[in-house]
Design a protein around this ligand. Structure first.
Ligand SMILES: [Cu+2]
Length: 138
């Protein structure tokens, strides 16, 4: 959310600058281009920020996959599934009493918006501390 506000402020600033650009055509075109790019990036962020009700984490040494974060809606049930593809790992979210060692599934309903840590709860080796992704509740 903070990022979105900053982006909105940034765009507002660019529009203001472009409007005051006056005689210098090149400068205002550049500013408009930048504003367009920023708008596109905002769209991308909105798409990747779509909420989900199911989270599938497939573990390898030492990663939960490509995603750094999953966004879910407050008040909606979330099903989280963990599968070990390589090594032995687990997942835990302290705030929602999720604690799966090895393969398994859990459901919970996050009530409070915020950011929570999904982490590996099995000491799996030297990359263990990297096995963290963020659960974003909006
Ligand atoms: Cu681990």
């Amino acid at each position: 959310m903070k990022k979105f506000l900053l982006t909105a402020l940034f765009i507002g600033l660019l529009i203001t600058l472009a409007a005051c650009g006056g005689d210098d055509d090149n400068a205002s075109t550049e500013a408009e281009d930048t504003a367009n790019e920023t708008a596109e990036q905002t769209e991308d962020t909105a798409v990747s920020g779509d909420t989900v009700n199911e989270i599938n984490l497939i573990s390898t040494n030492f990663s939960f996959g490509d995603e750094d974060a999953y966004t879910v809606k407050a008040g909606e049930e979330v099903t989280i599934t963990h599968t070990n593809e390589e090594g032995h790992h687990g997942i835990a979210i302290d705030e929602f009493d999720v604690n799966i060692e090895g393969d398994g599934e859990a459901t919970f309903i996050p009530e409070e918006p915020g950011e929570y840590e999904i982490y590996c709860n099995v000491f799996c080796g030297e990359g263990h501390d990297d096995m963290v992704v963020t659960l974003v509740v909006v």
